[in-house]
Write a protein that binds this ligand. Structure first.
Ligand SMILES: Nc1ncnc2c1ncn2[C@@H]1O[C@H](COP(=O)(O)OP(=O)(O)OP(=O)(O)O)[C@@H](O)[C@H]1O
Ligand SMILES: [Mg+2]
Length: 352
């Protein structure tokens, strides 16, 4: 879904702001430290309860001012969603009624972000790529979240039993293996579907380069999970935790036959991360039939103008509602001014 209105109060340096949004493209322009990234963070918090810039939501509270408020109206359905951060509590409201689960908002408001640290999707540990994959599955596969939660619960129980040398550990193995296989099958299917989109988008942004995914499921490829768990039984018992399963999966990203993580420059890593996110957002639209939201912070960092333009073109062609930040007087800002966008000027936390 897309947003039609956004209100922010006491969020970092923003005291109070009300934005009437464009269904397609919104540009936030200002000097350094004006509050541009803060606007994008507000949208991320609304959807995921977290910001792409920090895991600590407390960091966003305006210093010495108690708590913050973020509110938005979702288009078409005219639903109002609000997040209020008070001292030790975060309150979520949907149409004025308190909601306990963040995932209820996350389901409707699918937010992805391209930001100066996006390269960690390529360079970072496997957990980064698992999160990327599971974000997609959460949004396009109805049963994924339930299945994943139940797998994690069984895994914890088994690990607890392994730690305390409790023989009931054996009880969990079959359940664990069956849920683990199911998760793995869903992920493999999803990754191979994304692969087609990765090639399409990749050909446009990085022509003549071969980009592909290799899904590593987290245990010996020649065995079923139950076989692998049995093989590792002694090791797991010695260590006190389960050493194989989808919690160890990885998506290896290959560029021209080499592992991107090991051979790519920072700029290449950024491009690949952007290609991955664009591919995922395309898949999202095909499956869900409504737009996601794409936050794009500081696109110019470490990318040539030609590359920025290619990414922008792809973004504008996509169905996503896009929020971009740009510095005053930057070439990026000039390009964006010429398009059919809503432009917001930010100065010392004031938005016009
Ligand atoms: N918790 C906070 N309370 C008050 N002000 C804060 C808080 N956290 C950060 N700030 C300030 O808010 C301002 C806006 O930060 P923000 O990162 O949004 O700027 P920006 O416009 O994205 O800048 P840049 O172009 O450098 O990326 C900065 O001056 C920052 O120091
Ligand atoms: Mg910024």
């Amino acid at each position: 879904m897309f947003l039609t209105k956004l209100s922010l109060r006491k969020l970092r340096n923003i005291k109070e702001a009300h934005l009437d949004l464009n269904k397609k493209t919104n540009v936030i322009v200002g000097e350094n430290a004006a509050g541009k990234t803060t606007v994008l963070e507000g949208i991320d918090i609304l959807s995921r309860g977290r910001s792409f810039r920090t895991n600590k939501i407390e960091n966003l509270v305006n210093q010495g001012k108690g708590g913050f408020y973020i509110g938005a109206t979702i288009g078409k359905v005219e639903k109002k969603i609000e997040v209020e951060k008070e001292k030790n509590k975060t309150k979520i409201l949907i149409n004025g009624k308190e909601e306990k689960k963040q995932s209820v908002i996350a389901k409707e408001l699918a937010v992805q972000s391209i930001h100066p640290n996006s390269h960690s999707l390529v360079e970072g540990p496997p957990s980064e790529r698992r999160s990327f994959c599971d974000w997609g599955l959460f949004h396009v596969e109805q049963d994924f979240k339930k299945l994943w939660s139940s797998y994690i619960k069984i895994l914890k129980q088994r690990n607890e039993a392994l730690k305390t040398k409790d023989l009931s550990e054996n009880m969990w193995v079959e359940k664990l293996a069956s849920a683990g296989e199911e998760i793995s099958t869903m992920r493999e299917k999803y990754v191979s579907r994304l692969q087609t989109k990765l090639i399409e988008t990749g050909n446009y942004i990085m022509p003549n380069q071969e980009l592909n995914f290799v899904y590593e499921r987290g245990w010996n490829e020649k065995m079923s999970l139950i076989e692998s768990l049995k093989e590792k039984a002694q090791l797991d018992s010695d260590r006190g935790f389960t050493s194989v399963g989808p919690q160890n999966a990885n998506i290896k990203i290959m560029l021209n036959g080499h592992e991107a993580q090991k051979v790519c420059s920072r700029g290449q890593q950024k491009l690949i991360a952007n290609i991955m996110l664009l591919s995922q957002s395309k898949d999202f639209y095909e499956k869900r039939n409504f737009p996601n939201i794409m936050l794009v912070d500081d696109l110019s960092a470490e990318l040539t103008l030609e590359m920025q333009e290619k990414i922008l073109e792809r973004l504008f062609e996509s169905k996503s509602q896009v929020f971009l930040t740009a510095l005053n007087d930057s070439v990026l800002a000039d390009i964006l001014y010429e398009m059919d966008t809503n432009v917001f000027h930010v100065e010392h936390g004031e938005i016009a």
